[in-house]
Design a protein around this ligand. Sequence first.
Ligand code: RIB
Ligand code: CA
Length: 306
Amino acid sequence: MTHKILIDTDPGIDDAMAIFYAALHPEIEIVGMTSVFGNVTTEIAARNAIVLAERAGQEIPVAKGAGKPLVQTPNPVSDYVHGAEGFGDMPAQDTTARPVDEPAHEFICRLINENPSEITLCPIGPLTNIALALRHDPTIAEKVKSVVIMGGGLERGNVSAYAEANIWNDPHAADEVFSAHWPLTMVGLDVTTQVVCDKPDFAAIAKASPKLGGFLNEAVQYYVNFYETHHGISGSQMHDPTAVIAITDPQYFTIENHALEVIVDGDRIGQTIRSTDPSRPKHKVPMGVDIDGVKRRFLTMFETGS
Ligand code: RIB
Ligand code: CA
């Protein structure tokens, strides 16, 4: 089975892991990428998405997306986690291609309309572009094959005790996305924080795959140092790649079904909670994960030697 996926992204070091995994996967075709603010500005995110596509040797159209949330004042970019240019200590990378001349939300709607029931939308950053796409053309909800996001968490947060970064960066957009009637899976911190790869893991993929694994190994040092300093974790939590692996390998996840809503103000802003609103659809929420299975799937993808 070929998965045609459209990745909405704020690369970002774990975004890079997700994008390289998808690029290497023989059953995935990345039909496009869209940039969003979050780890970096949307301009840097668009450039970094092109950097990753070109390094992976693939011509993937990239559309620049939202530079700020729908409603709230923007939070500062998380350069303290991903580095000033989005890839740790690595300097800004040059690209050959430029973003396409189409706003991300229109690009998303066009690709879904041109490929009805075929596109898996995979947002791994704040959900601003996704909410704007639903506002632009609500019928995409019936035409998309599935929506698999990295974001949220029912039992924990990371930017606060309650909120996960992607949701916290645009809670209003996330609430609109969760209220839509479409086949959505929320791959949240409940499972992504359990999947951790350490520096030896990345050194191993750098040896097997100098070009892509080597890039990740260089970028991840900054990211692991952040986790060691701020969370006492000797490794990288594999947030974004775990969401892509949930597309290709759902067998590694134990799913619950919940209607979801987002707290949009107060000290719990950005928290995702189970909703009792009968108008909201139930979405899939992985609450259990085969940690070794997901790690093995990610790490062995780089043994192809690219
Ligand atoms: O909370 C983790 C998420 O926020 C990941 O998508 C990471 O890249 C950041 O965007
Ligand atoms: Ca991300």
